[in-house]
Design a protein around this ligand. Sequence first.
Ligand code: AHG
Ligand code: MN
Ligand code: MN
Ligand code: MN
Length: 335
Amino acid sequence: HEADAYRTDLMTITRFVLNEQSKYPESRGDFTILLSNIVLGCKFVCSAVNKAGLAKLIGLAGETNIQAEQKKLDVLSNDVFVKALVSSGRTSVLVSEEDEEATLVESSKRGKYCVVFDPLDGSSNIDCGVSIGTIFGIYTMSHNDEPTTEDVLKPGHEMVAAGYCMYGSSCMLVLSTGTGVNGFTLDPSLGEFILTHPDIKIPKKGNIYSVNEGNAQNWDGPTTKYVEKCKFPKDGSPAKSLRYVGSMVADVHRTLLYGGIFLYPADKKSPNGKLRVLYEVFPMSFLMEQAGGQAFTGKKRALDLVPEKIHERSPIFLGSYEDVEEIKALYAADE
Ligand code: AHG
Ligand code: MN
Ligand code: MN
Ligand code: MN
């Protein structure tokens, strides 16, 4: 009977979020509509990513020049998300990695949410078919006046929801609305995201570190010491394994499920690191904290940053609670 229930009682992401939002009856409809438009964008990108692989086969057979089409994938993804979000009628301000300026939604289509997103993360991995993703964070408007860019220049702890979708060996959407983290897997035959990873908690400590070690010659003292400790522990503990995909979504997803730490530190060439505060650092930090982990900038809790510009960058160290404690201690000792 249990097995029957499992197969027939499908917890779709829409149903899950409707249940979760039943505490806020006045907003559950709006949030569900917003989310279903994000989900639509993710399904589109998932299908486009798969077709990109197919186009490559055709290209290799010499029938078309797929190069132009491949390059367009992040632009295409951006267009789909912007159009889906504007037409949802539930947004006022959109910030995308692909757009220099924020999109201020015209008055007839406005709603109470602001969405910040990276439509296609890990774009250097598109051409070789390695996992890529979409990252998003959601704020609410705090007033009814004309929306401005300032409406999204708020600390990450003010986000009401955040998530990512990973286009990997399966397509997975991981979401938090501030009450834990849940993972949904796309069932391609249904076209629905089904709850497969309820209440994700990151292990307290992990045995993997994830960083672009090619930048090591430019790192600061604490990051250098930390990575040295991962490789040559002096306290008798085993050395950590290194895993680095180069797609933040994939590296953070593995960190969330297996534990460990992901680092994109500052270095001499990039004093603020590489990753963007609004649509990379904040959503992933939100998910980490909601799963019981931590996210640290080298100076403070990542979610307490207050961005001054929409494309601002920050160093980031996130993952298992105890692993992030160690890097915090090294930066504290360095002050
Ligand atoms: P994007 O493809 O959205 O521009 O982001 C790429 C980011 C992120 O996915 C990843 O963690 C990081 O770039 C990798 O950077 P390095 O190649 O410098 O390691
Ligand atoms: Mn990115
Ligand atoms: Mn991107
Ligand atoms: Mn980019």
